[in-house]
Design a protein around this ligand. Structure first.
Ligand code: DGY
Length: 329
């Protein structure tokens, strides 16, 4: 019997076809609706491998649903939706998709920064809705980006690549990270500063930190109050890193100027969410890595990782490094 792979969302046939020779592959039939929990659990009971989305909650119940599960490949660099400790405990490899999405996600992050600073969405809507009455001196005047200070919170590979983009705009680059990055300091000229100093000095505060127990609710009302009144806050990491009620209050009280958000505490965000009512909020539907090229490469990487584990090899991009140790014993 061929090993059984369950994919929790419909992926293009041309991506999966070459794996069908060696594996039995089943997919949740919908492209834009998450797999219902009961179907995920049913499938996990039978599966040797799961290819999951960041929107799927992969907890111990899923991980221990069946006896044959060996690998879970998540179509994202972030894996906060997966209980990696439970996976390690039960000898299951967890894989993600780092590196292949770095440039694409950095592009989107910088695009969001620019759209928010220069009010591109408001401006485009004004034209399309027929409300452009005349050229006027301060029509939709935004904030300059060039020669300003960008503060990057979370200097992983995406952070470094955003910093590289910022050099093209002659920006001063500050960063805060768990560990210092001497290489980035040398090559890009980024300056390491404590978190408080970063929020106080930056014109653009860009959040790219992974969601962990330490970063949950990192951006509180107190933090927003430390920012410049002209500050633009960008979040392209995970929603729960931000206290959304505090962000809303900071925007309404004009403690900061604007926010560009690709991620939210609850996704999809409800259409009547107060943040969406604010004109100085640019909101995107978590599309950081969403280019056709990159998403295709991410899908291929997930399948390759699954293939490797199911054929007794180490995956390319393993998250739970302890799993490797178990392999070698
Ligand atoms: C990821 O892959 O974790 C990011 O959210 C990019 O969209």
């Amino acid at each position: 019997m061929r090993p059984y792979i369950f994919i929790t969302r419909k992926l293009p046939e041309n991506v999966i076809v070459k794996f069908k020779e060696h594996f039995e592959i089943n997919m949740w039939e919908k492209e834009d609706i998450p797999v219902p929990r009961e179907i995920l659990l049913e499938e996990a009971k039978k599966a040797d491998a799961l290819l999951t989305m960041l929107s799927d909650l992969i907890d111990e119940e899923v991980i221990t649903a069946g006896p044959s599960l060996k690998v879970i490949a998540n179509l994202a660099v972030g894996y906060d939706n997966i209980d990696t400790h439970a996976a390690t405990k039960h000898g299951i490899a967890i894989c993600n998709t780092p590196d292949v999405l770095t440039d694409t996600t950095a592009d989107l992050t910088f695009a969001l920064l620019m759209a928010t600073a220069r009010r591109l969405i408001e401006a485009a809507e004004l034209v399309k809705e027929g409300n452009w009455k005349s050229w006027s001196p301060l029509l939709l005047a935004g904030h300059d980006i060039h020669h300003k200070t960008i503060g990057i919170v979370g200097m992983g590979k995406i952070g470094e690549t955003v910093a590289k983009r910022a050099t093209g705009f002659d920006m001063e680059i500050l960063y805060h990270n768990r560990s210092r990055k001497p290489e980035v300091e040398k090559t890009i000229g980024a300056q390491y500063v404590p978190f408080e100093e970063l929020v106080e000095r930056s014109d653009f505060i860009v959040c790219l930190t992974p969601l962990t127990e330490e970063t949950k609710n990192l951006f509180t009302r107190e933090v927003f109050q430390k920012m410049k009144k002209s500050a633009v806050f960008i979040n392209a990491s995970r929603g729960p890193v931000v206290d959304e009620a505090a962000l809303y209050d900071a925007l309404v009280e004009k403690e900061i100027a604007a926010a560009g958000l690709d991620v939210f505490t609850k996704e999809p965000i409800a259409a009547d969410h107060p943040l969406l009512k604010l004109t100085n909020v640019v909101a995107l539907p978590h599309i950081g890595s969403s280019s056709v090229e990159t998403r295709t490469t991410m899908m291929e990487l997930c399948l390759e990782n699954i293939d490797r584990v199911l054929t007794g090899r180490n995956p390319k991009t393993l998250v739970n490094k302890e799993w490797k140790l178990q392999l070698s014993h």
